[in-house]
Ligand binder design. Structure first.
Ligand code: FAD
Length: 411
């Protein structure tokens, strides 16, 4: 039997960051991974898809993806070679509240962090077992470019693949049940982005439900209808854990299972914010909580991006949400076409909405689409973490000519 301070299940961005940080803080860590280290993000999520965005052809994209992923995987293996970390290969399964079995071995720990991530949520549509139907992992494994690609779902994954495969030369159709794409994005921005992609040649069928896959005229069909927590085979019942009705592991604000003080669940598996950077920061917070350390991570300020072409990004509430909440807000708009650097780059498509409070001037959020929108929203996110007002932003000097000056334009 192995005994350790901290047992981590899953070596994705949540798990490996928790291991790295805990080991540097002096804890003895065992981390268990049943697949490649790096998790969904590195092997079949953020990194492979972003390699596709930055490649000119499908063939080049596939080659670059394999190189980039293996380079980053070696980096994670390097992190996990810290003397305080033991990496165990295999599937972890709870035996009781303090122990898991991995293969034939039992690991017992003072604290356990579950970081098992998520998997594709398959809709129970008629004909879903048609061999043309793939999820994002399956699409990344295709060796030939589909002539016609049909995407079910206009969320982040669906929109990113639509943008990239259209550029590679596929004829792309996106089918979405809701009236607008990207529900977490300001509806005004989402609509403009969709219209732009439509102009580029992507067909959108909004307010449409797919009833039978056999009706779809496509060589490949991407199921992009969301992700669900991954807990199969984890035997959580043995630890006294009850899953929420939607399959997530319920946690408190410290990512701890309140009834079981020694168990934490971070990243996609708790369903709170299904983003790689959210998983990493939840990891840091959970380890701090184990160590009795306080931190000031503001999980309510969570920037996110959609890597279409051009990209979109957001932090804070949408304008619709501000209205629903009865917030006394002001909306400041700016356009890429009025920015010198954007014109010089020939990237004139884009719009930004920055929201501030009428009562105290505080920046409440920002939603945008346009070249490098994620970097601009990242700046707003930092300002929000420092409780900045719009008049303080006006006093801050930005380099000329930069896209960052777009933030100064609305004032
Ligand atoms: C196509 C796609 C694109 C994405 N793009 C982005 C993006 O651009 N930006 C972004 O922020 N997020 C993106 N995401 C989301 C991001 O990948 C996840 O939010 C992130 O990977 C979650 O990290 P995690 O550590 O919680 O879980 P994961 O990365 O899923 O890692 C969990 C790990 O646990 C292992 N595991 C599971 N069960 C067990 C067990 N019982 N025993 C041992 N090991 C186990 C798994 O094998 C896996 O390696 C994308 C996702 C997809 C699918």
């Amino acid at each position: 039997m192995n005994k350790t301070d901290l047992l981590i299940i899953g070596a994705g961005p949540g798990g490996y960051r928790a291991a790295e940080y805990a080991a540097k803080q002096g804890l003895q860590v065992v981390i268990v991974e049943e697949d490649e280290v790096g998790g969904t993000c590195l092997n079949r999520g953020c990194i492979p898809t972003k390699t596709y965005v930055h490649s000119t052809s499908f063939a080049e994209a596939r080659e670059r993806m394999i190189t980039v992923v293996s380079q980053l995987r070696s980096g994670v293996e390097g992190i996990l070679s810290h003397p305080n970390i033991t990496l165990m290969r295999g599937k972890a399964s709870f035996v009781d509240t303090c122990s898991c079995s991995v293969g034939g071995d039992i690991v017992t720990a003072k604290n356990i962090i579950i970081a098992t991530g998520s998997e594709t949520k398959w809709l129970p549509i008629k004909g879903v077992d048609d061999p043309r139907v793939v999820d994002s992992t399956g699409l990344l494994q295709l060796e030939t470019l589909p002539k016609k690609l049909c995407i079910i779902g206009a969320g982040v994954i669906g929109m990113e693949f639509a943008s990239v495969f259209q550029r590679f030369g596929s004829e792309v159709t996106v089918i979405e049940y809701l009236k607008e794409c990207l529900p977490a994005l300001d509806s005004d921005i989402a609509k403009r982005l969709r219209k732009l992609l439509e102009k580029r040649g992507i067909t959108f069928k909004m307010k449409t439900a797919v009833e039978n896959v056999a009706d779809l005229d496509a060589d490949a069909i991407l199921m992009a209808t969301g992700r669900k927590p991954r807990t199969e085979g984890l035997n959580v019942e043995a630890a006294g854990i009850t899953l929420a009705p939607n399959g997530t592991i319920p946690v408190d604000s410290n990512y701890q299972l309140s009834a079981l003080g020694n168990i934490y669940a971070i990243g996609d598996v708790n369903g709170k914010q299904m983003l790689a950077h959210a998983a990493e920061m939840q990891a840091v917070h959970a380890v701090n909580h184990i160590l009795g350390k306080t931190d000031n991570i503001r999980f309510n300020i969570m920037p996110a991006a959609i890597f279409t072409e051009p990209e979109a990004a957001c932090v804070g509430p949408t304008e619709d949400q501000l209205k629903e909440q009865g917030v006394n807000y002001e909306c400041h708009k700016a356009f890429w076409r009025a920015n010198g650097k954007a014109l010089a780059m020939n990237e004139t498509e884009g719009m930004l909405k920055l929201f501030s409070s009428v009562d105290n001037g505080l920046i409440l959020g920002c939603h945008a689409y346009g070249a490098h929108a994620a970097d601009i929203v990242q700046e707003v996110s930092v300002l929000m973490c420092r409780d900045t007002t719009v008049s303080q932003l006006q006093d801050m000097i930005h380099i000329h000519p930069t896209l960052g000056e777009i933030l100064k334009a609305p004032f």
